[in-house]
Design a protein around this ligand. Structure first.
Ligand SMILES: Cc1ncc(COP(=O)(O)O)c(C=O)c1O
Length: 359
């Protein structure tokens, strides 16, 4: 049998299901559009779709993944979050009965020029302050009329996206976006969708007809001031590996490239099979938390392509073959991300293609 390098990402399907139930608990009157872009935040789009089969819809932006979902037999709404980029895609959108965001006048023009057989469901995106995608409030009535008079367009849903729902002290920003959205959408009698994970958890008044959870489904907190555990979310991905060598350092010895860590006493250092070519962040600061045999210790020295170093001073039972958790169960990805100057989203999505995924 081939021995595999010990690093792996374990995807916990029951955690995904649990986290979906947390979404439903918070937004019991809304339909749930599970956001599974970027290969389901690194967890694997088909694997996640199966675990989240109860969701009312899936949102992503990669056409190939959307088609794979349909071909796998999912009958729910499948929404393309950036819409389409060329006329030619409209035929596939129709063929696979995908729903598309329309956020830009050029997309409206392409839709108007499309000679369809059936009807396409459209999510018309309003820019209420995020200033990323969407029609301005001034453009919105015209865009809506254009869609309504287009025979190629079926169901129209109105949507927007929050810029600051994750920040604890930015209620006024969310309120201002809501107010602009309501001013535009009010009286139109169309389904609406605004809420990402942060808004689902913090702002019930934003839930509307469809919520769009991403990060919370994967068991990470969207907030810097509340942990996933406090929100009753379970981590869906645990990246683990093993110690493959142990070094006994004397005071003054350096470790790894640049010798950026130097021992100030005799100490044991474990070498872990896991580096930036696996998706572990090279910018993880000295002292980033890691678990060895379930006990917390710290990353030391510079993370290299395939390995990193951990302090074993306080873990006397650790040696070659000891189990290491880089993030996941027992060690929130948000915490590791923060030490690397980033967010959990980025670490989850940046899992390298060579990572072995197990369920
Ligand atoms: C339009 C849109 N809706 C929903 C989400 C889900 O956001 P989150 O992962 O913060 O829940 C995203 C993700 O960035 C998004 O772009």
């Amino acid at each position: 049998m081939l021995m595999a390098r010990p690093i792996q990402a374990l995807i916990d399907l029951s955690a995904l299901e649990h986290n979906l139930s947390v979404v439903c608990r918070h937004a019991p009157r809304s339909r749930v559009m599970a956001v599974i872009k970027a290969d389901a935040y690194g967890h694997g789009v088909l694997r996640v779709a199966e675990a989240l089969g109860r969701a009312d819809g899936f949102a992503l932006l990669e056409m190939d993944a959307a088609v794979r979902l349909r071909e796998a037999g999912y009958r729910q709404t499948i929404l393309l979050l950036e819409g389409f980029f060329a006329m030619e895609e409209l035929a596939s959108i129709e063929q696979y009965h995908l729903s598309t965001v329309v956020h830009h006048p050029e997309q409206l023009a392409m839709l108007s020029a499309y000679r369809q057989r059936g009807r396409l469901d459209v999510f018309l995106k309003l820019n209420t302050g995020m200033n990323r995608l969407g029609f301005t409030l001034e453009q919105f009535p015209g865009a809506l009329e254009t869609l309504k008079s287009n025979p190629a367009v079926g169901q129209i849903t109105l949507m927007s996206h929050f810029a600051r729902a994750d920040e604890s002290d930015r209620h006024e920003s969310v309120a201002a976006q809501m107010q602009r959205f309501n001013a535009a959408a009010g009286g139109r009698n169309l389904p609406c969708s605004l809420a990402n994970s942060a808004a689902i958890l913090r702002y019930p008044e934003t839930h509307a007809d469809w919520v769009r959870p991403g990060i919370m489904l994967y068991g990470a907190s969207p907030f810097s001031d509340r942990t996933a555990a406090e929100l009753d979310l379970y981590p869906a991905m645990t990246v683990s590996s093993k110690i493959i060598a142990v070094q006994e350092l004397k005071s003054g010895d350096g470790v790894g490239y640049g010798h950026v860590f130097r021992a100030d006493r005799s100490m044991r250092v474990g070498i872990v099979a896991g580096g930036y070519a696996d998706g572990y962040p090279r910018h993880a600061a000295a002292g980033t938390a890691v678990l060895v045999n379930g006990k917390r210790t710290r990353v030391i020295g510079r993370v290299s392509m395939d390995m990193l170093h951990v302090d074993l001073s306080e873990i006397s039972d650790a040696g070659v073959g000891s189990q290491v958790t880089l993030w996941g169960r027992g060690l929130p990805v948000e915490e590791v991300a923060q030490s690397a100057g980033t967010v959990g989203y980025e670490l989850l999505c940046a899992l390298a293609p060579r990572m072995r995924i197990v369920t």
